[in-house]
Design a protein around this ligand. Sequence first.
Ligand code: CO
Length: 168
Amino acid sequence: MEIVIYPDPRLRAETEAIKDFGPDLEDLGKEMLEFMYKKKGVGLAGPQVGILKKIIVVNPTGEPGENEHELVLINPKIIESAGQETGEEGCLSFPGIFGEVTRPKTIKVKAWDPKGEEFVLDASGFLGRVLQHEMDHLDGILFIDRMTPAQKLKIRKQLKKLVKEQKA
Ligand code: CO
């Protein structure tokens, strides 16, 4: 696996709902988690590794040993959200760039696990933020899209540099 870096068009592509559940999908989830740990991330979405399908993996601890915090979500959807909270985010597809993003504070997510079991998850705080960030990736939405104009201005130079590096 390799990380897809901004402004690669795959980060803006549409993703496909997953219909085939089972061992292959379980393996993909595990592979994505391992890769996420290797990259020191807390979340990873399909498009970020060139897989244009609705799969995300998260572990807010970022620690491979803390596997009770690991989540693999297939075809996830926010079914309720409330409140508002601003916090700092980064993204493996934007190395070295961090910025404040405002999002709903609490969410209820419906998703399927790789075996095909449907589940509902209530999340807030950092986990809620990570889940929303990763789910956005499945819709081609990036955290820079959700930054305030002031925040965007602050990272403008870094973003320009990143785009230039990717073209080189
Ligand atoms: Co991201």
